[in-house]
Design a protein around this ligand. Structure first.
Ligand code: ADP
Ligand code: MG
Length: 682
């Protein structure tokens, strides 16, 4: 027997070249292979009479070959084989391109099982390149439920299928972690049956049950892991802060805090007085003023003789925080410094020395702050901004820095309550549900292509008034789907034909990290009028002078994502606008987009998104900050998720510390999951 941790190369037919291909899919071991789940299935079990075949809907049918296949040589490299088949209900002409196998195998008068789709474009039925098997051959491509795997170039579904099957044959499936009691209560398949059925289901119902089990399992592990983390941290002790008087800090602010900001700060101070490390999430819509809450927390820690660290996901965001917090806190006698990856080695070393000596009281930076080279003298609180870009593994790593510092994570992604409970199970949550006064809503419009001249005129008007505009496209480069706008092409078109006199900048995810930062920083300095971008601009950056956000093919984005994008404007004093374009005619889609025009409440929008698109979107997206879920790509429903959460809570209560085999296996799996999360960070 092989072990789950053995490399895929122990399998027959998997040499170094093929192993490389598997690596592209993050498959290294037999476990990875067995946990490489199909993204869907083709039900080829049902045989359909020829007359019932529907255009473009592939199906299996049994038919007799009615003539000897005729192959014509059309030109070099193109041979056509034509043959007619029939069953009791009708006849069908089959055409094969360059298929010697079909030409040789199909025999006049014999019956075969075919699988393919009729094309509806012709008078009378026709089918191109069906797969077929003789009646007496074992069912491989017909008469079965065929799993369809996520693939990579050079690796076919058939090869994947065979390799997975081989792995299943040579080693045991991953250990059972769900006790029988839980499986019974929630109607969950045992592990070995689920792993077998997900790859080789006897029926679609069985495939569904297997999928449910694996999704349940993954969320069960995740949620149990967070619960264990939470318990472990709650048992830790730190010195309680004695001085939580923030009068001087409030006095230095140019405005009064909103009620929500005050509530969040009060919750943080209460945590500080408790004598156990804080683990708090501040969730607030874009513009709700999270930075001030962070500043208050940092100030309080510093007042108590500790250091504070504020971490941002990008250099430019770190730079902005450094500027604004430095300005705010230096009159209070606080020394703030910046540490980012792009600083010179010498600069970094000097800053690190001052951090280590305790001279720097507030360190602002990117994940350079997290590296082992950065040692603090007396770290009291770690704050991460836009936490959805950090993630669970990093949270764990952060707590390990210094002696259990307080942890404050800030996120602008409104997550529906039901999901927040699961995703942030290890954190207490403060919500900023109020906007600073005097901030107007961003007026949002949905328009069709006929408005193009008006959109362009509006862009021109904003620029003429000294403002800047964002244009977001769903794709980076031109691709198969010609109907959607690609940032690179659109930027060029605008520059050449529409706005030759304006300064157009480009920003997309395929640019290098430093290039992206520079493009964004340059735009923030006002060196371009219009920035054409992909969704990379989603996070955090403050360009108060930007007043217009145009989102092309808005139907391509989720509502929450659109809301995030819209949050890039309306950050200054001037009235701001968001224009959504779409040539989608689907009423439901348009309704969805119109809902966005009517509300600016991020939580309402997130709930709506959840209803419309299911939870997969929240978990699957790279924005979630969650560990890489193996099932995240499979669609699933909220019920399974809630059940898994409930089950894990019950389980922890009853068996959290037990040494039943399932409990031990579960703790191992939790370790793996969070380790994996850490591995995929940055
Ligand atoms: P976000 O929650 O998106 O991080 P910020 O902290 O960047 O929001 O705040 C957005 C803007 O609102 C900043 O310019 C900030 O100075 C300002 N701001 C924050 N709190 C208040 C307040 N209570 N009154 C007025 N303006 C505020
Ligand atoms: Mg912010």
């Amino acid at each position: 027997m092989a072990r789950l941790s053995d490399p895929v190369t122990i399998l027959k037919g998997v040499g170094p070249a093929k192993a490389k291909l598997f690596e592209n899919l993050n498959i290294f071991t037999l476990r990875d292979l067995i946990c490489h789940f199909p993204r869907g299935y083709e039900d080829r079990t049902r045989l359909v009479p020829i007359e019932k075949l529907q255009p473009d809907a592939p199906a299996c049918f049994r038919a007799m070959v009615m003539n000897t296949p005729r192959t014509t040589h059309i030109r070099k490299g193109l041979d056509l084989t034509k043959v007619q088949v029939a069953d009791h209900s009708g006849r069908l002409n089959l055409t094969f391109f360059n298929n010697k196998f079909a030409a040789e195998q199909l025999q006049y008068g014999k019956e075969y099982i075919f699988y393919g789709a009729v094309s509806g474009d012709f008078i009378g039925y026709n089918m191109t390149n069906p797969v077929f098997e003789a009646m007496d051959s074992p069912p491989v491509t017909t008469r079965r439920i065929l799993p369809i795997y996520p693939l990579t170039a050079g690796l076919s579904n058939q090869v994947m299928l065979k390799t997975v099957r081989q792995a299943m044959a040579v080693c045991d499936t991953p250990a059972e972690i769900l006790p029988e009691e839980v499986r019974q209560k929630y109607g969950i398949l045992p592990a070995d049956r689920a792993y077998t059925a997900i790859h080789e289901p006897g029926s679609m119902t069985e495939a569904e049950l297997a999928k449910k089990r694996l999704i349940f399992e993954e969320f069960f592990v995740f949620s149990a892991g967070l619960a264990l983390m939470r318990t472990a941290r709650a048992e830790k002790k730190t010195e309680a802060y004695e001085d939580t008087d923030l009068t001087a800090f409030y006095g230095a602010l140019p405005f009064t805090l909103t009620g929500a900001q005050q509530r969040a700060i009060a919750e943080i101070l209460k945590d500080f007085r408790k004598g156990a490390p804080m683990n708090r999430l501040v969730q607030g819509d874009v513009g709700s003023g999270k930075t001030m809450v962070a500043a208050a927390a940092a100030y309080c820690a510093i007042r108590n003789g500790r250091q504070a660290a504020l971490m941002a996901p990008t250099e430019i965001l770190a730079e902005q925080h450094y500027q604004s917090l430095g300005r705010l806190l230096s009159p209070l006698g606080i020394r703030t410094e910046l540490l980012t990856g792009s600083m010179t080695v010498r600069e970094k070393r000097l800053v690190r020395e001052r951090i280590a000596s305790g001279e720097v009281q507030l360190a602002v930076g990117t994940h350079a702050l997290l590296s082992d080279a950065t040692q603090f003298d007396n770290l009291g609180v770690v704050i991460t901004d836009e936490q959805h870009r950090f993630g669970v593994g990093q949270r764990a790593k952060l707590s390990a820095k210094g002696s259990d510092p307080h942890l404050l994570v800030m996120s602008a992604t409104p997550i529906p309550r039901t999901l927040a409970l699961l995703m942030y199970g290890d954190l207490d949550v403060s919500i900023l549900d109020e906007r600073p006064p005097g901030r107007e809503d961003v007026d949002t419009f949905l328009v069709g292509e006929s408005y193009r001249p008006r959109i362009n005129a509006f862009i021109r008007k904003q620029v003429a008034e000294g403002h800047q505009c964002f244009i977001v496209c769903p794709a980076v480069e031109e691709n198969e789907d010609l109907s959607i706008k690609a940032a690179t092409v659109w930027a060029e078109t605008l520059q050449k034909t529409v706005f030759p006199d304006l300064r157009i900048a480009l920003l997309h995810g395929q640019m290098k990290g430093a290039e992206k930062e520079e493009a964004m920083a340059s735009f923030a300095r006002g060196e371009a009028d219009v920035m054409v971008a992909t969704t990379v601009i989603e996070v955090g950056v403050d360009v108060p002078n930007a007043t217009l956000m145009v989102i092309e093919d808005a139907d391509r984005f989720g509502l929450s994502q659109l809301h995030q994008l819209r949050g890039r404007v309306g950050r200054g004093k001037a009235k701001s606008f968001c224009i959504l374009t779409s040539h989608n005619k689907n009423q439901e889609t348009l309704q969805r987009l119109k809902a966005l025009c009517k509300t600016t409440d991020g939580f309402k929008i997130a709930e709506e998104d959840l209803k419309l698109r299911g939870p997969g979107d929240f978990f699957g997206s790279r924005q979630s900050g969650l560990p890489a879920f193996r099932v995240a790509d499979l669609s699933f429903d909220l019920t399974t998720l809630k059940e898994a959460q409930q089950a894990s809570a019950e389980w922890i209560d009853a068996y959290g510390a037990s040494d039943l085999p399932e409990a031990i296996a579960l703790r191992e799996r939790i370790g793996d999951l969070f380790l994996r999360a850490e591995g995929t960070m940055n």
